[in-house]
Design a protein around this ligand. Structure first.
Ligand code: ADQ
Length: 478
């Protein structure tokens, strides 16, 4: 097949949507665009459980030159793989929350077997000329399982969430197994240089690997590429959403309700990595320390429920509702409620309108791979009167958006000071900061992310990389 026209095979836990009707996130936007351009297959979980689980018949939907193939999981697979190992062990650990991470042999076993089963189901659908691209922490072992099934083509992997420091990752009983399995990939992509370095340091310190020029790593006789590919949004598309009639209605509604008050917005899945408790405390500190804001600002936190089967998430919801009640009880007046929390979802157009009505957006995760809300907020702003982005130093997006007001989300005082600064920032400074951030968001789009990853994957194993998967120690002396 001609270069640049290999079939793309994408693998992610959830598949689709292929056509963005205003609901898709960065991953879906970037991938569906690339799949449609090259033709391809998107493979993953159907979202359903059945007694046959990963042995169930695959469901395939074809639209033009793209097929979407999905299989079920059994209830036991879903519990052990998704709720267990992926979200009770890996998610907290990779977000530096060793205190919340639980490790048990049973879910470790099921996680490996689901990876093996997904690989066994995908293998017969592949041709060695395909470019296979796996996504995220659900599929660390799947590349090596595909190799076991005999697949010889190129396989890339992208981690959407952080890769924690080796000191923390080694607490995972299977940390060595996971990283050794990841060496089956030809290219591993990370959101930031920090994540890439953490992974490389693990390979060096724990597996006696070595760093080679060109963001390559050698472990034993295996050489792979580990590089940084920050994910983006469809910025021009998002900017258009923000001026659509639906966005306009929502912007108008928020402005009408706010009246003369300045609106602050936060939009996050209800997840402990997003720093919501710390953010609420920062808002409370603002009202304590800068009393001129009492009655003149209001904060809307949109926080759709996520993984609500897990204890840590139930506890977080309880804590947030209690804290919101405490803050409102302490400061509210008959005609003013300082903080509102909503768990409902919005269409992306509606959300873009809400962003546009907000003078400041709080994106203060304790750890985040990238954080697309930060980029969406920037893309949605009105160039004549842009709002201010307050961004955690621990969000991947900070590397590309240093002109946001950067805060330490753990410091209540720092967050309060940044909100005060955002609320009082003169228009010319708001514009200046926003313009450089807009340029970054329009440059690092979802399409750019996808193309640069796939371009690196196509080039892997050639030139300086040497043939993939073969003994290369002699060709690349340290
Ligand atoms: P998430 O942790 O889900 O993604 P994020 O990047 O912020 O975090 O994406 C959330 C998406 O959901 C945004 O597009 C946002 O607009 C949307 N959303 C949130 N609340 C909504 C609501 N109420 N209604 C409608 N839409 C809503 C993971 C990683 C991130 C990484 C992404 C992509 O944790 O760090 O940026 O993958 O790689």
């Amino acid at each position: 097949m001609a270069e640049g026209h290999r079939r793309l095979v994408a693998v992610s836990n959830r598949v689709g949507p292929l056509n963005d009707e205003g609901k898709a996130g960065g991953l879906a936007v970037g991938l569906s665009d690339a799949l449609k351009r090259r033709g391809g297959l998107w493979f993953g979980w159907s979202g359903n459980t059945s007694s046959k689980g990963t042995f169930s018949e695959a469901t395939t939907e074809v639209e033009g030159n793209v097929a979407m193939a999905t299989i079920d999981m059994s209830e036991e697979e879903l519990q052990g793989f998704y709720y267990g190992y992926a979200n009770r062990s890996l998610w907290p650990l990779l977000h530096y929350r060793l205190d919340l991470a639980e490790f048990d042999r049973q879910s470790d076993r099921i996680y490996r077997s689901v990876n093996q089963r997904f690989a066994a189901r995908l293998a017969p659908m592949l041709d060695d000329s395909d470019l296979v691209w796996m996504h995220d922490y659900h599929f660390f072992y799947m590349g090596s399982e595909l190799r076991q099934c005999g697949f010889k083509g190129k396989i890339g992997f992208f981690l959407h969430i952080p890769f924690c420091s080796p000191e923390i990752f080694t607490a995972l009983p299977s940390s060595h197994d996971i990283v050794r399995a990841m060496l089956a990939y030809d290219v591993i992509g990370f959101q930031t240089d920090t994540d890439r370095r953490n992974f490389a340091n693990f390979c060096v310190r724990e597996l006696n690997g070595q760093k080679l020029p060109g963001h390559r790593l050698q472990v034993g006789d295996r050489i792979i590429v580990a590089d940084t590919f920050p994910i983006g949004i469809d910025a021009p598309g998002y900017a258009r959403f923000a001026v659509s009639p639906e966005a306009g209605e929502h912007e108008e509604m928020v402005r009408e309700i706010a009246g003369d008050r300045l609106q602050i917005i936060g939009v996050d899945r209800m997840d402990y990595s997003k720093g919501l408790v710390e953010r609420f405390r920062g808002f409370e500190r603002l009202l304590e320390e800068y009393p001129e804001n009492r009655g003149t600002v209001q904060f809307l936190q949109v926080a759709p429920l996520s993984r609500s089967e897990l204890g840590a998430y139930v506890e977080l919801r309880r804590e947030l509702e209690e804290l919101a009640g405490h803050i409102n009880g302490r400061f509210a007046t008959l005609d003013w409620t300082p903080l509102q929390i909503m768990t409902r979802g919005f269409t992306r157009r509606a959300l873009a309108g809400i962003y546009r009505a907000a003078r400041a957006c709080l994106v203060t995760p304790l750890r985040d791979g990238m954080n697309l809300v930060a980029k969406e907020y920037i893309a949605a702003q009105d160039s004549d009167d842009p709002g201010v982005l307050i961004l955690s130093r621990f969000a991947g997006a900070k590397a590309e958006l240093p002109d946001a007001l950067i805060v330490n989300p753990y410091s209540t005082d720092d967050v309060a000071r940044a909100i005060q600064r955002a609320l009082t920032m003169p228009l010319d400074e708001r514009r200046r900061r926003w313009e450089t951030m807009r340029d970054a968001v329009f440059h690092g789009t979802a399409a750019h992310w996808c193309d640069s990853f796939l371009d690196r994957l196509e080039r892997s194993g050639r030139d300086e990389d040497g043939p993939a998967g073969e003994a290369l120690a002699e060709a690349h002396p340290s």
